[in-house]
Design a protein around this ligand. Structure first.
Ligand code: CTP
Length: 403
């Protein structure tokens, strides 16, 4: 990991007491850290502590001539490679969402062109309030990364979501955002999302895949310097920065796109939830109830779709191919059987019976299975962190091949 210039922006919540620990951990990773704080934040954490750690003045006022003289707020915004807002209060998130810049912290956040990570911390009712959630949606749609919050006992006495994530997690997310060049020169083909198999002019059969896992992999591969081609099925997600996207609907279209991209790809990661069956005939008009022989039932005959992963593996050459598996029972045995059957280099298995992993949640815990039957289990992590671990494993295979 290259050392980076990280600006930690602190807002006024009790979790501000964890900021010195965050600063220390970022410094241990070799980063150059500066802090800015709202006036309220300085009631929870001492500017002297932050100054002693960073060796720099902790700026808090926008129009203080002595502070502006030292480093003005625009230069501070330009200085940062990455900005971490920790803790991010409900008030600060609201100001960021509206673009207010009425103090030093918000002015820097509006002026910076660096990636911003926010680590919210607040009372559970403030967190779940639709105002806060709508603000977060706005921030996410602008590419701001949200870390946590975690659930547990809150300083206000309530139980629930609202604790700021641990500094270790914030540092791990910061490292993912900063990126490396470990995949430069590689072309990574990623599939993501579910397919939709048409029944008639208006209806289709699809599945509950959100595409989040595959999109996180595409995003992380781009951050590691790869050229990334993302074949996306049905999903509402925005294209990650630096990723080239091709939209498809059916399993057949996904197969065509993947096979067309295969010759120029060096790594293939198949996170899509491909339909195994598709209607044998697609009606060009909407099927009406009248006209059916039996008006109380409609018979659909489904036929199997092409197994794209299998076909990719049959034409693998020197490529590294990663498959995914959604399993609801005997996960390890099923994954070992699947990697043998498909012939890929790594199989990432999800246990879809868990509530906190798998479809349409932001967290995941997976098993990574290799052809020799080896199994590695991850903790419950954000999908970005899981994506990082899958790519670490791919890089390990690359190194092993080089001897
Ligand atoms: N896959 C594929 N083409 C298909 C079905 C699945 O390429 N027609 C890929 C998926 O993208 C995933 C892997 O195969 O990487 C495993 O998908 P999964 O649905 O778990 O396995 P199946 O092969 O469908 O086996 P089963 O449904 O019997 O578990």
């Amino acid at each position: 990991m290259e050392s980076a210039r990280i600006l930690v922006a602190v807002s006024g919540g009790i979790a501000a007491y964890k900021v010195p620990e965050l600063v220390r951990q970022l410094q241990r990773q070799g980063h150059d850290v500066r802090c800015v704080a709202t006036p309220a934040a300085l009631r929870f954490v001492s500017p002297l502590a932050l100054q002693a750690l960073t060796g720099e003045t902790v700026r808090s006022a926008l129009f203080d001539p002595s502070e502006e003289g030292e480093i003005d707020h625009i230069r501070l915004a330009d200085w940062a490679d990455l900005v971490i807002v920790a803790p991010a209060t409900a008030d600060l998130l609201a100001k960021m969402a509206t673009g207010l810049a009425d103090d030093l912290v918000t002015a820097v956040l509006l002026a910076t062109r660096a990636q911003i990570l926010v680590a919210p911390a607040m009372n559970v009712n403030m967190w779940t309030h639709s105002a806060t959630q709508e603000n977060l949606e706005t921030l996410r749609s602008r590419g701001i990364q949200v870390i946590g919050p975690e659930s547990g006992e809150l300083a206000c006495g309530w139980e629930g979501a609202g604790r700021m994530s641990d500094p270790v997690r914030i540092v791990a997310e910061a490292d993912l955002s900063l990126g490396t060049d470990s995949l430069s020169g590689q072309t990574v083909l990623v599939t993501a999302g579910g397919t939709a198999e048409a029944i008639d002019a208006v209806r289709s059969i699809t599945n509950r895949s959100s595409g989040k896992m595959g999109f996180a992999i595409a995003e992380q591969a781009a951050r590691r310097g790869a050229r990334v081609r993302l074949v996306a099925g049905v999903t509402a997600l925005a294209t990650p920065a630096g990723v080239e996207r091709l939209d498809v609907e059916s399993a057949r279209e996904m197969r065509e796109a993947v096979m067309a991209e295969l010759p120029t790809s060096t790594i293939v990661i198949k996170a899509a939830a491909v339909a195994d069956f598709t209607p044998e005939n697609v009606e060009s008009q909407k099927i009406k109830k009248e006209g059916l022989e039996d008006q109380s039932a409609l018979m659909l005959r489904l036929v199997t779709t092409p197994d794209i992963l299998r076909e990719v593996c049959d034409n693998k050459g020197d490529r590294i191919v990663v498959g995914f598996a959604a399993e609801s029972q005997n996960v390890v045995e099923a994954a070992r059987e699947k990697i043998r059957r498909k012939g890929c280099d790594l199989l990432v298995a999800n246990d879809i019976s868990r509530d906190d992993a798998g479809f349409d949640v932001d967290t995941n815990a997976v098993l990574m299975v290799t052809p020799d039957g080896g199994v590695e289990e991850t903790a419950l992590l954000s999908k970005r962190e899981i994506a990082g671990q899958v790519l670490d494993r791919v890089e390990k295979i690359m190194r092993e091949r080089l001897g």
